[in-house]
Design a protein around this ligand. Sequence first.
Ligand code: FCB
Length: 440
Amino acid sequence: MLIHKRSDFPDGFLFGAATSAYQIEGHKFGGAGRAMWDDFAATPGNVVRAEDGALACDHYHRYGADLDLLKDAGFDAYRFSTSWARVMPDGRTVNPEGLDFYDRLTDGMLERGLKPCATLYHWELPSALADQGGWRNRDIAGWFGDFTEAVMERLGDRMYSVATINEFWCVSWLSHFLGHHAPGLRDIRATARAMHHVLLAHGTSIERMRGLGVQNLGAVFNMEWAAPADDSPEAAEAAALYDDIYNHFFVSGAFKGTYPDRLVTALGDHFPEGWQDDMATISAPLDWAGINYYTRSLLATDDGPWPHLRAVEGPLEKTQMGWEIYPKGLHDFLVRAAREYTGDLPIYVTENGMSNADTVADGAVDDAARIAYFNSHLSAVRNAIGKGVPVKGYMAWSLLDNYEWALGYEKRFGMVHVDFETLERIPKASWHAFKQMLAG
Ligand code: FCB
């Protein structure tokens, strides 16, 4: 059971659930084009069992029943995303079927009284644009601006909120430096360019939406608490550097128009020439900020080249992902974001949740560990609100078990179990717990 009540949160606080396009829709339907995740998954060694999003949860056809699950649990909002490769299969030309799908989905939300919270980009870069360098190519800002307009000319007046990009760190660092996500590069220069261009694309998208009169615009930043692995000055420095790369760089760009000094020093030669001139576009005013939070990392140094970072296994209880459960990090990030970056702007927790080795027994799934995770993180949110942080909503990740990127269908994050053979949905105990809380 969730220990919280709706009335423990301020009036109008939004409870929602989040998903993303490639992870649930079924990308083989509706004329979607090839996305860089299709290419990444087709390359041996990148994804567990080389699984991809071709079928996923077949939300493309089952979206009505999935929206019913949101409504029946009493959620106020649905955070979904629009696949670039579905809307523009070659990255540039509109596929009307793609827009029609998001139109139906939007109407489905509104008919059920759910607030549509769109995220324009949750990683489905069309392969045709990856061929042209993807996030390394400065032109992506304009391409993304055009995609933004194609989607928002159709949906913009019906959205409750719109985010440009999901998780800037994942789009750039995880995918171009660590190589864990598509396009799977491990290249410092590509990384620096992607870091800057993803912010430039964000700012360009905001400009285009302001031009169209779309309301309530923001972006979604993922944050991972960075703690030193021991008491040494080296570990403290490692944690501070990790914190800059992961947690400060992107919000600093978007809210202050600056980058952390130590990253300008380390990466500046790799940024595109004249990058300073882009900072005004990048820091276009926003209406809200989204934070995705899951875990913390413990950092030490290594002997390799910059950034000399080594993650050390921590002592706390872990989820099925091996991620430590550390709710205090969510509280601390909410407080820090408001104090250092966003001030009075509304902050939303746009993702939070855990993967768990769920099993079906007698047609039910008892995911008590997930309920405990939600309880402790909702407590963290309430503590932050108690300190005056304007947190206006909480979106659980995720509505459904889905395609967990490089981990394929193995890791289950859903409040609703999905059988990936039959596609049958079974609400888990955590879904029932939300239903009980949201009704009360
Ligand atoms: C976030 C992603 C989301 C999902 C969760 C577990 O980084 O935004 O798509 O994979 O992690």
